[in-house]
Design a binder for this molecule. Structure first.
Ligand SMILES: *[C@@H]1O[C@H](CO)[C@@H](O)[C@H](O)[C@H]1NC(C)=O
Ligand SMILES: *[C@@H]1O[C@H](CO)[C@@H](O)[C@H](O)[C@H]1NC(C)=O
Ligand SMILES: *[C@@H]1O[C@H](CO)[C@@H](O)[C@H](O)[C@H]1NC(C)=O
Ligand SMILES: *[C@@H]1O[C@H](CO)[C@@H](O)[C@H](O)[C@H]1NC(C)=O
Ligand SMILES: *[C@@H]1O[C@H](CO)[C@@H](O)[C@H](O)[C@H]1NC(C)=O
Ligand SMILES: *[C@@H]1O[C@H](CO)[C@@H](O)[C@H](O)[C@H]1NC(C)=O
Ligand SMILES: *[C@@H]1O[C@H](CO)[C@@H](O)[C@H](O)[C@H]1NC(C)=O
Ligand SMILES: *[C@@H]1O[C@H](CO)[C@@H](O)[C@H](O)[C@H]1NC(C)=O
Ligand SMILES: *[C@@H]1O[C@H](CO)[C@@H](O)[C@H](O)[C@H]1NC(C)=O
Ligand SMILES: *[C@@H]1O[C@H](CO)[C@@H](O)[C@H](O)[C@H]1NC(C)=O
Ligand SMILES: *[C@@H]1O[C@H](CO)[C@@H](O)[C@H](O)[C@H]1NC(C)=O
Ligand SMILES: *[C@@H]1O[C@H](CO)[C@@H](O)[C@H](O)[C@H]1NC(C)=O
Length: 661
């Protein structure tokens, strides 16, 4: 249940409807309580007595200098460690070190979060120096650790030290008392994968990842970065909290590009959009009053100079309004929104394309000039803006945007399409065909036919190895962020088989790999599966810096809801909606989500040549159901006349639909 003081509306909503209970509940990663305890002892070195007693309420003792033990919380966690010191002398001293990946368990240093460094030991440890008082101890909040799974406790003196009751008070998602109290759910068995629960698990893994990235406003990474060794998570992240950031361990800052994937995850799982509102408000408040440029990231990082992330704040505005219907907020930012659209429009030159001069982006190489990804984003900004102008009755602006969008789509295809490759190229002077622009072109409808979209889907698959697509625009790298868009592109182009193949390869690796936390999702990895993500591009060959809980990697959560289940909202809060299941080789799927209008639920199954769908949407809404099979259609047991491929238009309510051969 939500804490009512923070969000009165959500409180009222969650009082009358939350996701139904079922076998999916056993697959939720989020823990049952906000204070969690280690689930296992991972490692013990030196002279340590009764370490396993720590798991059963007892006390463990480090008997000599340098002796240590590593506790495993079983899942990604983040917050403040507490414990009880039971035996100490005046010279007792310990140190705590933290890591997400078990590869970096080390009594002398944590994995890196404050800054990357090739020695993999920028952060160091949290010292608990003498004298240590007997009894309850809590880690100083400045040194809160935002994301880790393993905690190592080492003795720094020859005097024995005994302790018990090690806990972590989770700091993320502060507005949710019960982290498992989701407003949405998803459930489907995957007979083609070695774990039949994979699809459901990956849905909840994405949900939990975004929860770990929803943080109190005063727990950002300190900038300038604290000097080594050390870390500090007490910076202010924006205009209000809670606020959505990129990653649990780091950067712990608002990044609007990341939100392009993380916010749809948030919508279908917790529908707790206040953190998104606060993040977007922070970006608009940071607008350059002269130029209308938006920052690339939130404070204290406040990076400037990214045309693509500028566009993502505008796309995020559309998504937030679509999910929330928060017209008061939209009205408040509208002047800044339109000014920010103009900022991009001024970069469109005589070629009819945007010339990127704010070069920062998601990590790719070669940004700049007539870049296809940036132009795809501008197209999406314009098409979104047409509908956002509706409530303001600004028809002249909307029709100008509409003309702009049509003209750009034409130019985009003229300049970037390489028929010989069946793909779009990166800019007007290259033959490199990037993963990002091609994926976005399909999902933003820059393609001009189904055949063209199918060609892009096929072309993108040429980049795959066993673990996923190697991005041509960032060699040797598999980016779960961009792959989240590619996943949608395969569904959108109509090749569900290929979409499911990508999902199983890439996210199957991420969820089960013992290099990671097996609960939340990695920021990225290299072509051979290593953690040296972006080593040569900003991360100083420091694999311990890579985040294991990045919201931008949660693409499957919304894709399973929006495509496999087929349930989407097409106007604010779902006043209009669409149901278009993608069977994807599965025999059934069920799930749903909630908006301020109420519960939206879908269950479908295929048995022989019969397709069954039950559907529940709030009264007063209306929507369109597109059936994935053809045959005689029955709605609530009554046969209805329909043409093959024709969509059913329905008012909100409960329906049982079946299609029989
Ligand atoms: C561990 O420490 C205890 C207490 O100091 C000592 O009695 C014992 O011999 C030590 N064990 C080892 C293996 O060093
Ligand atoms: C503990 O061991 C470390 C590393 O061997 C050493 O630097 C330190 O002085 C020792 N501390 C004490 C109190 O013996
Ligand atoms: C054990 O830790 C919990 C949570 O941090 C705390 O509430 C409790 O008081 C502690 N128990 C004792 C006996 O100190
Ligand atoms: C690791 O590298 C960082 C950055 O160069 C440096 O500040 C730090 O002192 C180094 N740490 C160790 C333990 O060498
Ligand atoms: C964060 O903590 C550091 C170290 O205690 C302190 O110097 C700094 O002023 C704090 N910053 C904020 C924003 O509170
Ligand atoms: C709009 O942008 C200005 C800077 O140009 C900023 O001061 C103001 O807070 C912003 N307004 C909103 C509602 O974000
Ligand atoms: C065009 O794309 C290529 C391949 O990504 C890149 O190397 C080049 O720098 C780009 N051109 C500009 C002007 O950015
Ligand atoms: C984009 O603008 C920059 C800065 O004005 C200019 O140097 C560059 O030539 C332009 N690129 C293209 C492809 O027109
Ligand atoms: C797009 O539409 C706007 C109206 O907002 C118009 O002022 C502008 O010139 C158009 N921009 C381009 C590049 O076509
Ligand atoms: C995609 O664009 C085509 C025109 O190229 C248009 O006919 C179609 O309606 C668009 N689809 C959507 C979903 O907007
Ligand atoms: C869909 O993708 C698969 C490869 O995953 C391919 O074999 C198949 O031909 C594609 N189907 C269509 C209709 O393009
Ligand atoms: C991961 O599993 C492999 C294969 O079972 C094993 O060799 C390796 O030691 C494991 N790595 C970690 C960090 O647990």
């Amino acid at each position: 249940m939500y804490l009512c003081s923070l969000l009165v509306l959500s409180c009222a909503i969650s009082a009358w409807s939350i996701a139904p209970k079922g076998p999916w509940d056993a697959l939720i990663y989020a823990p049952e309580t906000r204070t969690v305890r280690p689930r296992a002892i991972r490692e013990v070195k030196g002279n340590v007595s009764s370490s396993s007693a720590l798991l059963t309420g007892g006390s463990a003792a480090l008997m000599s200098n340098g002796s240590w033990l590593t506790l495993d919380f079983g899942i990604e966690v983040g917050g403040l460690i507490s414990m009880n010191f039971d035996v100490v002398t005046s010279s007792s001293a310990v140190a705590l070190s933290f890591t997400e990946s078990p590869l970096f368990i080390n009594p002398l240093t944590s994995d890196d979060s404050a800054m990357s460094a090739s020695n993999m030991s920028y952060d160091g440890v949290l010292h608990v120096p003498p004298p240590i008082s007997l009894g309850f101890w809590t880690q100083p909040s400045v040194m809160m650790r935002g994301g880790f799974r393993f905690l190592t406790i080492v003795s720094n003196s020859d005097a024995p030290v005994a302790f018990s009751n090690v806990t972590c008070a989770l700091s993320f998602m502060p507005q949710m008392e019960d982290l498992r109290d989701y407003t949405g759910y998803f459930y489907a068995l995957d007979p083609e994968f070695y774990d039949v629960d994979f699809l459901t698990k990956i849905w909840y893994s994405g949900a939990y990842t975004v929860q770990t990235d929803t943080v109190p406003v005063n727990t950002g990474r300190q900038v300038p970065f604290v000097s080594s060794p050390g870390w500090a998570n007490n910076a202010t992240l924006g205009v209000a909290g809670p606020i959505i950031v990129d990653g649990a361990k780091r950067d712990r800052a608002v990044w609007p590009g990341d939100m392009g994937i993380a916010v749809p995850t948030q919508f279908v799982s917790t529908n707790d959009l206040v953190a998104t509102k606060n993040a977007l408000s922070t970006m608009f408040a940071g607008m350059n009053p002269e130029t209308g440029a938006l920052p690339e990231s939130g404070p204290p990082l406040s990076q400037q100079g990214s045309d693509t992330y500028h566009a993502w704040t505008l796309i995020g505005t559309y998504n937030y309004y679509l999910y929330s219907g928060d017209l008061a907020w939209l009205t408040n930012v509208w002047a800044n929104y339109t000014k920010a659209v103009q900022f991009l429009e001024r970069k469109v030159d005589s070629s009819g394309l945007l010339n990127v001069t704010g070069l920062r982006d998601w990590g790719r190489l070669g940004q700049g000039g007539h870049n296809a990804e940036a132009n795809a984003l501008l197209y999406k900004v314009w098409t979104n803006s047409i509908s956002l102008a509706g409530p303001f009755s600004d028809f002249a602006l909307a029709s100008a945007w509409s003309r702009n969008a049509s003209a750009l789509k034409e130019r985009f295809n003229e300049v970037f399409w390489l028929p010989s490759r069946g793909l779009y190229r990166d800019n007007d002077t290259t033959t490199l065909c990037p993963q990002d622009a091609n994926s976005l072109a399909v999902i933003f409808n820059l393609t001009t036919s189904n055949t063209q979209a199918a060609a892009v889907s096929q072309g993108l698959a040429q980049n795959w190895n066993d673990l996923g697509p190697i991005a041509p625009e960032l060699p040797d790298t598999i980016s779960p962020f961009i792959s989240g868009f590619e996943l949608q592109a395969h569904f959108e182009s109509g090749n569900d088989t290929r979409a499911m193949d990508l999902l199983r390869r890439e996210w199957g690796y991420m969820l089960y790999s013992n290099l990671s936390v097996q609960s939340t999702l990695l920021e990225g990895f290299t072509a051979n599966g290593s953690l040296y993500y972006r080593s040569y591009q900003g991360y100083n060959y420091d694999p311990s810096y890579t985040s294991h809980a990045h919201g931008w990697s949660t693409g499957p959560t919304s894709a399973l809801t929006f495509y496999v289940l087929g349930l989407t909202v097409t106007s604010p809060q779902g006043a209009t909606w669409s149901v278009a299941p993608h069977l994807s080789g599965l025999s059934s799927a069920e799930g749903g989500f909630e908006t301020l209008l109420g519960w939206f639920g879908v269950k479908w199954s295929v048995s022989g040549s019969t397709f069954n769908l039950s559907l529940e949407t709030p009264a007063g809404t209306r929507g369109v159901v597109s059936l994935p099979t053809t045959g005689t259609v029955f709605v609530n047991k009554e046969q209805i006349e329909t043409q093959p491929e024709m969509a059913l238009e329905l008012m909100g309510g409960s329906y049982v639909i079946s299609v029989r051969d």
